[in-house]
Design a protein around this ligand. Structure first.
Ligand code: PMV
Length: 312
C-alpha cells in the first residue's frame, strides 16, 4: 500500500506581522507549489517502526530516535496522539516540497499538513481541514514560538482566508482568478527572529507601531473587498502600501525593495514582500499580458526563481 497526500504553499496578501497583534490578514493558497508526503509499508526485514525521510534535506531517521523538537516527528506524534495512540506503523514516510524553505511561503506548515494527512490515511482515517490545521499549529509553535495560526489555516483549508488571531477563520471566494508572480530573493529568513525584532521595536515605540498595525488591518479589509469583487486595479495599490508599512516596521531588505520596485516599473499592478520578511519572497500582482515583462524584470533585479501562479 502506498498513500500520497499533498498540501499547497501560501502567500499572505495583506497583514503579516500586524496579524500577530490582533489585526486581520488575508492569505491565499498557492496550489501550484506543493509539499507531498508518501507513506508505504517498509520492505526491510528489520521492522524498526516508522522511518521519516525529508528528501529535500537528505535526512532520514526513525521516529523512535527523533527528538521532540523534530518537526516531522512532531506532526507524526500529534497525529498518533489525536487518533488515540496507535503504535507507529512499520512504514516509510517521505516528504518533499517544491516550496523554498524559510521563504515565507508556508513550507513548514505545508509539509506538516501533507504528512498528517498521509499518515492518518495510512491508518484508515481522513482528517478534516480543521483538525489537520490544529495539529499543524502545534508544530508551527515549535518553529515560531507564538505563531498567529494563519499559515496552517490557509494551507489546511486550501481556500483564501480572512484571518483574525483567536477567531474562527473566514473562508471566502475570490470573484475571478488573478495572476501572481512570486519571486524568491534567495535569502533564507527566520520567522521567529523577524517576529521578535518587530516585538522589540513595537515595545520601544508602541504608539507608532499600533497605528501602523491598524493601517495594515484596514488594508487587509479593503483587500478582501477588492478580492470578492474582482477589483484588481484597487488591490494593487493596497499591496504597495502594505509593503511601505512593512518597510516602516523594519522587516524589508534592500534586496526585497529592489524586486518590488522592478516589478512595479515593469507594469505590475502592485507588489510587496510576503511572509515574515528579512528575506524570502515578494509577490507581484500582474495580468496575463504583463506577466512576461514583469518576470524578466524580477530576474534582472536578482530573483533566484520566479513562479507564476493563478489564485482563486
Ligand atoms: O511563516 P511566514 O514567514 O509566512 O510568517 C508568518 C506571518 C507572520 O505574521 C510574520 C507571523 C505569524 O505568526 O502570523
Amino acid at each position: 500500500m502506498l498513500i500520497e497526500r499533498s498540501a499547497p504553499g501560501k502567500v499572505i496578501l495583506c497583514g503579516e506581522h500586524s496579524v500577530v497583534y490582533g489585526e486581520p490578514a488575508i492569505a491565499a493558497p498557492v496550489s501550484t507549489l506543493r509539499a507531498i508526503a508518501t507513506i508505504a509499508a517498509t520492505e526491510t526485514a528489520l521492522k524498526r517502526g516508522l522511518r521519516l525521510i525529508a528528501a529535500d534535506l537528505e535526512e532520514s531517521l526513525y521516529l523512535g530516535e527523533a527528538p521532540a523538537t523534530h518537526p516531522l516527528a512532531a506532526i507524526v506524534r500529534q497525529v498518533l496522539n489525536h487518533l488515540g495512540g496507535p503504535p507507529a506503523p512499520n512504514a516509510i514516510l517521505t516528504v518533499r516540497s517544491a516550496l523554498p524553505i524559510a521563504g515565507g511561503l508556508g513550507s513548514g506548515a505545508a509539509i506538516s499538513v501533507a504528512a498528517a494527512r498521509a499518515l492518518a490515511a495510512y491508518l484508515g482515517h481522513e482528517l478534516s481541514p480543521e483538525t489537520v490545521s490544529a495539529l499543524a499549529y502545534e508544530v508551527e509553535r515549535l518553529h515560531h514560538g507564538t505563531p498567529s495560526g494563519i499559515d496552517n489555516t490557509v494551507i489546511a483549508h486550501e481556500r483564501p482566508v480572512y484571518f483574525v488571531k483567536g477567531s474562527a477563520p473566514e473562508l471566502f471566494t475570490i470573484a475571478a482568478p488573478f495572476t501572481l508572480l512570486i519571486a524568491n530573493s534567495g535569502i533564507a529568513a527566520s520567522t521567529r527572529e523577524a517576529v521578535a525584532g518587530v516585538r522589540r521595536r513595537y515595545e520601544a515605540a508602541p504608539t507608532e507601531y499600533v497605528a501602523r498595525f491598524a493601517r495594515m488591518g484596514a488594508l487587509a479589509q479593503a483587500a478582501r473587498e477588492a478580492l470578492t469583487q474582482g477589483q484588481w486595479a484597487t488591490l494593487g495599490p493596497l499591496l504597495d502600501e502594505n509593503h511601505a508599512l512593512l518597510q516602516a516596521i523594519g522587516v524589508s531588505l534592500p534586496a526585497l525593495d529592489r524586486l518590488v520596485e522592478a516589478a512595479r516599473q515593469a507594469g505590475a499592478l502592485g507588489a510587496k514582500l510576503t511572509g515574515a520578511g528579512g528575506g524570502g519572497n515578494v509577490i507581484a500582482l500582474v495580468t496575463p499580458e504583463t506577466a512576461g515583462e514583469v518576470c524578466l524584470a524580477l530576474e534582472k533585479a536578482g530573483a533566484h526563481q520566479v513562479w507564476q501562479t493563478t489564485v482563486g
